[in-house]
Design a protein around this ligand. Structure first.
Ligand code: GLV
Length: 387
């Protein structure tokens, strides 16, 4: 294996190995990509407070998220089309997460199906649901998740309509790729990826194809969302889905204190402060920037998690010290997967864990539970004054 020192090393290998269409899909934000960029640049504005002459032995990053033990407060975020980044991608990522001791979240828009991931793992994983107009399909999907032993439902609230990502349109994103001349020329340079794909039968949206009726083009994420996603999803439907699911519920896509209160009211076990990795409302604030206001609003009532912009253990440290109970990595694990398959996801987790562990020690902390605002140097105007 090449020497991997950081997540950026994995990104570079991933960029060489994955077809452009799928690399661009992961690496894009919507429209001008301002929110996508600020998710990471805002993390860099927060600094860490170094402390010295503190006993550093016996450190622990172990914690819990929604009551489940985690080796560090990091879960794998739901990412659509993961099985197009590398053959059998969701299965490989789920196995890496399981071995490492962190939760894996399977996207509705995955390539490997719920049943397939369950058959190749031994512990329960989390399932992310997009609410569709077809209520039968939603009910069947929930029943499938239950039957597969899924331990938490992650309900995404910020994607009833897809934000426009320019490069997906230009590349003609689809799963599997449609063989246009530019795509074929690009695929010709990605032999590893191609060999993997030839060796698997998992090349379609596994939770959709064969499960949903009357789908005009089941290979296109944008036409599927436009046709099928429920634009009328509201809090009463969220409450009904909670009832129907009956298990642990995490609400994803909260970026506003008012919405956070609604989520707490509905009785969610956790919320994920998220702008969908900058892929939906371009111009929204970064997740780390709004985190303090959400914690002020509901931090005492519901677990608050965060995704968006996490590319290192230092970022995890910052989010947790700010008050998040857990964080999610999406792109960071996809880079690892696209670069080196399951070993790459493991490597991504190891990199982040090591960065978290050592940075924690250099901040004078031995237990992830002791992290707090006292470890951070946050610029006075970090949250900004907005009216
Ligand atoms: C969701 O599936 C996305 O592409 O952001």
């Amino acid at each position: 294996m090449p020497v991997i020192t950081c997540i950026e090393d994995l990104r570079q290998i991933y960029q060489r190995r994955a077809p452009r269409m799928f690399y661009d899909y992961a690496e894009s934000g919507s429209w001008t990509e301002q929110t996508f960029r600020e998710n990471t640049t805002d993390f860099a504005k927060i600094r860490l407070r170094q402390r010295v002459a503190v006993d550093m032995l016996n450190r622990s990053t172990r914690s819990t998220m929604i009551g489940e033990e985690v080796a560090m407060p990091v879960a794998l975020a739901p990412v659509g089309l993961t099985g197009m980044q590398h053959a059998d991608g969701e299965i490989l990522a789920a196995r890496a997460a399981e071995a490492f001791g962190v939760p894996f979240t399977l996207s509705t828009m995955s390539i490997c199906s719920i049943e397939d991931v369950a058959a190749h793992t031994t512990k329960p994983f989390w399932f992310q649901l997009y609410v569709m107009k077809d209520q039968d399909f939603v009910s069947r999907t929930l029943a499938r998740a239950k039957a597969a032993g899924v331990s938490a439902l992650v309900l995404t609230l910020d994607l009833q309509i897809l934000g426009q990502r320019h490069r997906d349109l230009k590349n003609g994103l689809s799963a599997p790729p449609k063989l246009t001349l530019p795509t074929m020329m690009n695929l010709a340079t990605k032999w590893r990826w191609g060999m993997g794909m030839l060796g698997t039968k998992r090349r379609f949206f596994g939770n959709i194809v064969g499960h949903a009726k009357g789908v005009a083009d089941a290979s296109s994420l944008s036409s599927w969302t436009a046709e099928q996603f429920d634009p009328q999803l509201d809090w009463s439907k969220v409450a009904r889905l909670k009832e129907e699911w009956g298990g642990k519920l995490i609400l994803k896509g909260i970026l506003d204190a008012e919405d956070a209160r609604m989520a707490a009211e509905v009785g969610a076990d956790a919320i994920i402060v998220s702008n969908h990795g900058g892929r939906q409302l371009d111009g929204a604030l970064s997740s780390i920037r709004v985190l303090p206001s959400i914690l002020d609003a509901v931090g005492d009532r519901v677990e608050v998690h965060l995704d968006g912009g996490i590319r290192s253990g230092q970022d995890v440290l910052k989010a947790v010290a700010m008050g998040a109970r857990g964080t999610y990595i999406g792109r960071a694990f996809v880079y690892g997967l696209g670069a080196l398959g399951q070993a790459g996801v493991t490597r991504a987790l190891e990199v982040i864990h090591r960065e978290l562990d050592i940075s924690m020690a250099l901040c004078g902390e031995r237990d992830v539970h002791d992290l707090g605002r006292h470890n951070l140097l946050v610029p006075k105007d970090f949250e900004g004054e907005w009216h």
